[in-house]
Structures are given as structure tokens and as C-alpha cells.
Design a protein around this ligand. Structure first.
Ligand code: ADP
Ligand code: MG
Length: 382
């Protein structure tokens, strides 16, 4: 893909790019809505990436273009960037330039052209892929010397403060720091991370993504509400963040909470953190098949306690498991987006067909179901 993107860059801007970079989307295997509770997550990078061809400009101008958005390049003045000032998709790369400059990094002008194979708006973090690939390219071209976690934090800052989406740091960390064949065990309190081997083929397994094709934008207000509820729970329990609640003390902690909604949110976060730990034990022990039931438990918790699922996600998970999958759960923020399904290779086709049939039978649009393997994190291609 890099050659095509470089050729398009040349056609757009008149000369070839100084370099071409790629950053992946992600799916989260387990640990949902834990990242704003200083908790644990276990995402993996997709083989699908956003590729960016980039050159510096010495006149300070920023131009951005995407193959996936028809039209001329968007032309911006980096010195005049401020939150809310840029409309549409260009806010993502412009936000990265803004975040870098606001943190004191000497980023000048640039020409940027991107093209992506990450489905957008499917809960697979095309937004983080776009931010991280922009940040990595500028880091290298302008010799900023920033490490991967710093790039992820700046990309998150771009999305939070410039684009205006209150996401946690998981997506950007997964895109920036994942490695092929591994899931990324991330502690969101201090961004410590470890690569956990997740070799599907060696165990005769497939990981399917079911993109329900239901946009997840409706979840925006709900995300903020869950976040506020978790913070209220932490305050009521006298801890800095829910990550500090020991799963063994959960019944006692729940007993101290008077608000029924907050109690459900706390139960989800504490049990999902514990599920991350159990999944990692199983992966480290070389037993990825045994992860299945924990995915199903995690889905039930998101559906019943956090209440961020939707009929399409519940149908995808329920049908996949009934058709023989080892486990399945919604992944990402919910209210649409995608589910992940862990399935033995031999049953993958049957499960895919069953999910598609169930969607059509329920009057939903056909989902997009595809296998993924843990891909590499952000990198320079050319
Ligand atoms: P997700 O991250 O789950 O794909 P988001 O709503 O967070 O969904 O981000 C999707 C948005 O990111 C798109 O609407 C678009 O503005 C921007 N985006 C992502 N990838 C691209 C791309 N290749 N070209 C242009 N814009 C993109
Ligand atoms: Mg996103």
C-alpha cells in the first residue's frame, strides 16, 4: 500500500514524500471502560492500518489530505490552530500538530496524505490510527525524540482537547506500542506495558471481528455518564480510582454504595480488571482456548452492569457462542461498533455464517465479519 500512497502524494503535492509511515487500528480483547479508572486493558493491533506519506514544508503551512475523503487538501496555519477551530476529519491530524506544539515541540509545516484500511466508525480506532501515524511521522521528520508512550499521550490529548472526544489512552497506546503476534497488557495508571504472546494459529484458533455497521456515535453522552458514575463510585469508596478496589473486597465495597447505578458501574470495572488478569494468566500459560468463557462474562457485565451494549452486539455474541465459538464480547465503547469472537479454526466458517444469518433474520443490515491476527504497532514503511 505504501507505493500507492506515495504516488498519490506526488500527484497531490508535486513531489514525493520524505517518508511513509503506518499505524494500526485495534481491537480490545478484554478490559473495557477500565482505562479511565486507572485499570488494565488487553488490546491487540489489527493488520489494518492507516498509512501516511509526509514531507516537511519550510513555509510553516500544514496541508492534509485523505484518500478516503474526496476533495482537495485542507490547508491550515499551525500557529493559528486552536480547539474547535478545525471541522471534520482534518481535526485529527491538525490536533496532533497542535498537541505537539502546545507541549513545546518544534513542529513546523508539513504535507500529509493518508489512506486507511481500518474501517472508520466501527469501534476499531481508525481515529487513533490516524493520530498515531501523524505523530510518529512528525516525531521522526522533526527529530523530536519522543518515545512511543509520549506519542500516544499526545495523540490522546489531540482527540480529547482538540477534536473533543473524551477517550481513554488505550487506543493510542495499542496503535503505538503493540507488536505482531502479541496482545498488549497495559496498565493505564502509569502506561507500563508488556507484550503477551497470543499466537492464534499455533493453537488452531481464529479471532473474528464482527462489525455490526451500527455507528457508535450515539454513545457519546453515555460514555461521559459512565465516566462520571465511576468517578462518583471512587469518591464514595475513598479511593483515587476504581482500580484500587481489591476484587476480594468487592462485596463489602458494593455494600457501602447507596446509588444502584454507581454500584453496577463499580462492579463492572472491578470484575473486568480481574478478568484482564485472568486472561493474561491463561495466555502466559499457553492456554488461549480457555479465554473464551471470560469473554462471555465480560460481555454480560458490559450488557447488564454498564449497559453499553445494543441489540446487534448482543445478537452477534449470543449467536456466535450458540454456533460453537469459544467466546465472544463487544469491544470498544459499545452502542454499536464491533464484537470479537474467539473460535476454533474448524468452526470459524459456521460461526460467521450463523451470525450473518441471524442479523438478516432480525432485520439488521448484514455485518462485516473478518478474521484478524495481532499485527504490528506503528512503524516507518519507507
Ligand atoms: P473509530 O475510531 O472507531 O473508527 P471514530 O468516530 O473515533 O471511530 O473516528 C472516526 C473518524 O476519524 C472519521 O469519521 C474521520 O473523521 C476520522 N478518520 C479516521 N480514519 C480516517 C481516514 N483514513 N481519512 C480521513 N479521516 C479519517
Ligand atoms: Mg475512535
Amino acid at each position: 500500500m505504501s507505493e500507492g500512497v506515495a504516488a498519490e502524494f506526488r500527484a497531490l503535492y508535486g513531489s514525493g514524500p520524505e517518508g511513509v509511515w503506518a499505524a494500526p487500528g485495534r481491537v480490545n480483547l478484554i478490559g473495557e471502560y477500565t482505562d479511565f479508572n486507572e485499570g488494565f486493558v488487553l488490546p491487540l493491533a489489527l493488520p489494518h492500518t492507516t498509512v501516511a506519506a509526509v514531507s516537511r514544508r519550510d513555509d510553516g503551512v500544514l496541508r492534509v489530505h485523505s484518500r478516503d475523503v474526496p476533495g482537495d487538501p485542507v490547508r491550515l496555519d499551525p500557529a493559528a490552530l486552536e480547539p474547535g477551530a478545525v471541522e471534520g476529519w482534518a481535526a485529527y491530524p491538525a490536533g496532533v500538530v497542535w498537541a505537539l506544539r502546545a507541549a513545546g515541540h518544534p513542529v513546523g509545516g508539513a504535507d500529509v496524505h493518508v489512506a486507511s484500511t481500518v474501517p472508520t466508525g466501527a469501534g476499531l480506532s481508525s481515529s487513533a490510527a490516524l493520530e498515531v501515524v501523524t505523530a510518529l511521522a512528525l516525531n521522526e521528520l522533526y527529530g523530536l525524540g519522543l518515545g512511543r508512550p509520549d506519542l500516544a499521550l499526545l495523540a490522546q490529548r489531540a482527540e480529547n482537547a482538540f477534536v473533543g472526544v473524551p477517550c481513554g489512552v488505550m487506543d493510542q497506546m495499542a496503535s503505538a506500542c503493540a507488536t505482531e503476534g502479541h496482545a498488549l497488557h497495559l496498565d493505564t495508571r502509569d502506561l507500563a506495558y508488556r507484550q503477551v504472546p497470543f499466537d492464534l494459529a499455533a493453537h488452531g484458533l481464529r479471532l473474528l471481528v464482527v462489525d455490526t455497521r451500527v455507528g457508535h456515535a450515539l454513545g457519546d453522552g453515555a460514555y461521559a455518564e459512565r465516566r462520571a458514575g465511576c468517578e462518583a463510585g471512587a469518591r464514595a469508596l475513598g479511593v483515587r480510582a476504581l482500580r484500587e478496589v481489591d476484587p476480594a473486597q468487592l462485596p463489602e465495597a458494593l455494600g457501602r454504595l447507596t446509588d444502584e447505578t454507581v454500584r453496577r458501574y463499580v462492579r463492572h470495572v472491578v470484575t473486568d480488571n480481574a478478568r484482564v488478569a485472568r486472561v493474561i494468566e491463561l495466555l502466559d500459560a499457553g492456554d488461549p482456548r480457555a479465554v473464551g468463557p471470560l469473554l462471555v462474562e465480560g460481555h454480560a457485565s458490559l450488557r447488564d452492569d454498564l449497559r453499553v451494549s445494543c441489540p446487534e452486539l448482543d445478537l452477534a455474541v449470543g449467536t456466535a457462542v450458540a454456533a460453537g465459538a469459544l467466546g465472544a464480547r463487544m469491544t470498544g465503547g459499545g452502542f454499536g461498533g464491533s464484537a470479537v469472537v474467539l473460535v476454533a479454526e474448524a468452526a470459524a466458517e459456521e460461526v460467521t455464517a450463523a451470525v450473518t444469518k441471524a442479523f438478516l433474520g432480525a432485520g439488521f443490515a448484514a455485518p462485516r465479519v473478518f478474521p484478524v491476527v495481532p499485527g504490528a504497532g506503528a512503524r516507518r514503511l519507507v
